[in-house]
Each structure stands twice: as C-alpha cells, then as structure tokens.
Design a protein around this ligand. Structure first.
Ligand code: ARG
Length: 464
C-alpha cells in the first residue's frame, strides 16, 4: 500500500523501482528516528497528542530502533523511503496512535531535517580525521629536523627548503579544510522541521522548541526555503571536493617522490601494491587513488549544483538526488584521509637523496642577486647580471660555486668576497629565517603555531 493509494490507486511497479530511495536513504534511519522523537514531543506540546499517546509513539519509535539495530526490521516492497518505512512500522506497532505520527509534518521537512542532522555529524567526523592527518604531518615535520630538499616551481628546482616546511605546507592547507568544514556546520545548523510540505501547518506547532530539542542553533525563517534549500549539501560537497584536491596533491607528490627518478621516499610495503605481470614492481596505488578520488568528489559537487540550478520553489523530487553523492563524498574523503594518514606515518624519507637534489649551487642564484641588491644594485639589474653568469656556467658545464671572485667582479664591481660564501644550502636556509619562511628558526616557530592550532581545534567542536 502506498501513502497516496486513496488518491491515485496503484502505482506501477516500475515506477516504484525508479522512484524509491530506501536502498540508500536507510542510512538516515537514526536521524529519522531522532527527528520523529522531537516531532512527537512537539505534537504533545501542541496538544495534538495526550501524554499516553506520546508515550506510545515514543515506545514504538524505540522498538523500531531496536529492530533496525538488530537487523530484524522487515522492510517491505512498498517502503518508498526510510521515512515511509519507519512510519509504516510505527503504525503497525501502535495502530491508531501510530497513524498520528505524521501530523503536521511532511517528508519534505522531515528529509531536510534528517539530512542536516546527518551532515552536521559526518562533517565533524571528517574534520576529526583531517586533524589526525595534520598531526601526523606536524609530527613528521618535527622529526625531520634540519633535513632539506629543493623547493620547486614549475617542477623545476628553485630554492632549498626544509623538509619540515614542505610537510607543514600541506598541514596548513588541511587546517583550512577543517576550518571550512566547521563553518559549514555552523551555517547548516538550522532546523527545517515545522515547514511541512512547503507552507507549515495550521496546527499550533512550535518549530523553535523542536529546533532546540534537536540541538539546532535555530529554526528556518521561511518554510519554502526550508524544504527546498540544499545549500548545505552543495557546500559540504565543495568542502569535501577541495579537501579531496588537497589530498590529491599530497598523493601526487608521494607518487613523484617514490619514483626512482626522485627517490625521496620509500613507501612501506604494507602501503604499496605489486604488479600482476612485472615481478619487480612496487606501485604507490594508495597515493594514486588519493589523487584519483578527487575526480569523483569534484563530480559530486558539479552534479549537485546542476541538480539544483533549475528547480522552482519549493520541494521537487530531484532533491532526492542529494543523498548518494553526499554519502559517497563523506565516505570517500574519510577513507582517503585515513589511508594517507597511515601511509605518511610510516613513509621513509631519504634525506641524502633530498640533500643531493638540493646541492646545485644554482639554487642560490637569487641570493647572489640579493647580495648585489644589498650592495646597492637595483634588483632587476642584479637579476640580469647573475642570469648572464648562470648562462655562462651552464654552457661550460660548471656550477656557480666554481665561479671565482675575479669572475664575479668582472660581472659587477659591486660583488664583494662574501659572494663566495653564499653556496652552502644550510647557510642559505638560515638566511631565510623570515616570518613564514623555510629557515630553521622560522619553521620551529611555524611548527609551534601549527601544533597550537591543531590542539585548539581539537578542543572545539571538531575535537573529541
Ligand atoms: N525520498 C524523498 C527524498 O529523498 C523524501 C521526500 C519525498 N517527498 C515527496 N513529496 N515525494 O527527497
């Protein structure tokens, strides 16, 4: 029996199969029960139910919860979605009283409520996983001490940076992800319950009280908006897609760094996979999938925005398409964050390979130009002078460290003998002890700040 049988007669089987959402929205069962309990109490306060009826309904909801938890809940072919299934079972258990459960409520405000409860909880869980990854990155950064590697632009060696600086760069991007997730939680913290199908109810319901009971910061301001708003889903999908992009970039670096061409890291055997044909292979599939998963996360966001863009107010069935991408995005990001956290916990850094890669004195070319700047040469001119020396040494197969004082002074009389001391990478790093810079003292301060932020965030809503 469908909910609308008295109006429409029977629905074609194929239509039911096409329109059902139960296979995926049963994941909202707990949230649906939470919403229903709050609704029952609201109906009691409004005088729609007496005390006895409210207790009967709450007991029936408890029983449904037990049946769902123990796997004894018998779903039926006509259970279109989780809301219908729960109401149908409550009515079986509590007969006439059960039939009062849906008073003053529509599945439209109900599903919006369920999904907000779900999204609020899951985004906080994802944020906690991300904090775990930040912690591992900052731990590995602290361990890395004064190890350095080339920093790259355009994937060409540019200037030396501390390994800790590089690792923390990823941790800061993740800190913004956590911040974004928590701000999305603040914005979605609005109860739609009481908006009804689209225009509330003539019964004396109190959406403020129901919102407070569900732990929402407030209630909807406009019933039409309340049932048609899925901004919180789109926003969650954006947050997760951008998080996915950050994870993808970490994955890409692990793929590059574990190649024999770079050989900056060795991935632990437990986090690598082999080849079905090539016996020697050790493949960084976890890192590759961390990179690959971003594609579907971006797809979920684009798909959701496309679903929303043409919808007239208020509820339209198209909105049912919000759940699968959201569920998948939450699961995908949580799993990816956890895998990368484990992989990075045990990845081995080859500090010597990194140092060798950063040993080219050309990485100090900018410092040579700045040496001229300190001696009064305008930077653009200094850049040109040093560039010409670099071109000469490259053509002759020499390095900048092979250039003698005479040759420097022939290029510009503003060079003084200290130019010859510029080519030690450790010293070059110490010269970069500027705020936010890659020098050892700056990075020590940065690490302290990163750790303080992580600890602070752990203590707030994302903690636990
Ligand atoms: N399964 C539906 C969804 O996910 C629930 C709301 C159905 N409302 C309706 N009027 N058909 O959106």
């Amino acid at each position: 029996m469908t909910l609308w049988e008295s109006r429409l007669g029977s629905t074609a089987e194929e239509v039911m199969a096409f329109t059902v959402s139960l296979p995926f929205d049963r994941r909202l069962a707990t949230d649906d029960l939470t919403g229903s309990r709050a609704h029952v109490r609201g109906l009691r306060r409004a005088g729609v139910l007496d005390d006895g009826e409210a207790s009967i309904l709450l007991a029936a909801l408890d029983r449904v919860e037990e049946e769902l938890a123990s796997g004894t809940f018998a779903f039926r072919a006509e259970d279109e979605d989780i809301h219908t299934a729960v109401e149908r079972r409550v009515t079986e258990i509590a007969a006439d009283v059960g039939a009062k459960l849906h008073t003053g409520r529509s599945r439209n405000d109900q599903v919006a409520t369920d999904l907000r409860l779900f999204t609020r909880r899951e985004l906080i869980l994802v944020a906690r996983h991300v904090l775990g990854l930040q912690e591992v990155l900052s731990h590995r950064a602290a361990e890395a001490g004064d190890a350095y590697l080339p920093g790259y632009t355009h994937l060409q060696r540019a200037q030396p940076v501390l390994l800790s600086h590089h690792l923390l760069a990823h941790a800061w991007a993740l800190a913004r992800d956590v911040d974004r997730l928590m701000h999305s939680v603040v914005r979605l913290d609005v109860s739609p319950l009481g908006a009804g199908a689209l225009a509330g109810s003539s019964l004396a319901l109190d959406p403020d009280a129901v919102a407070a009971e569900l732990g929402f910061a407030g209630r909807f301001e406009n019933s039409l908006d309340a049932v048609s708003d899925r901004d919180f889903v789109a926003e969650a999908l954006f947050d997760l897609a951008l998080l996915g992009v950050h994870l993808s970039r970490i994955g890409e670096e692990l793929v590059l760094w574990s190649s024999e061409e770079f050989a900056f890291v060795t991935i632990d055997d437990a986090y690598a996979t082999g080849s079905s044909m090539l016996p020697q292979k050790k493949n960084p599939d976890v890192a590759e999938l961390a990179r690959g998963k971003a594609g579907r996360l971006i797809g979920h966001l684009a798909g959701m925005l496309a679903t929303l863009k043409g919808l007239p107010l208020a509820y339209n069935r198209d909105l049912q398409e919000d759940k699968e991408p959201l569920f998948d995005a939450v699961d995908t990001t949580a799993a990816t964050v956890r895998m990368l956290t484990e992989l990075i916990t045990v990845v081995q850094f080859d500090i010597d390979a990194m140092r060798r890669a950063a040993s080219d004195p050309a990485l100090q070319a900018t410092d040579v130009a700045e040496h001229l700047v300190a001696n009064g040469v305008p930077f653009r001119e200094a850049h040109g002078i040093v560039g010409a020396v670099v071109a000469r040494t490259v053509a002759a197969g020499r390095t900048l460290a092979d250039v003698g004082l005479g040759e420097w002074r022939a290029a510009s009389d503003r060079f003084d003998p200290s130019v010859l001391e510029l080519f030690d990478p450790d010293a070059a790093l110490r010269r970069r002890d500027v705020p936010g810079g890659p020098g050892p003292r700056s990075v020590t301060r940065q690490l302290t700040r990163a750790r303080a932020l992580i600890a602070r965030t752990r203590r707030t809503a994302a903690g636990g």
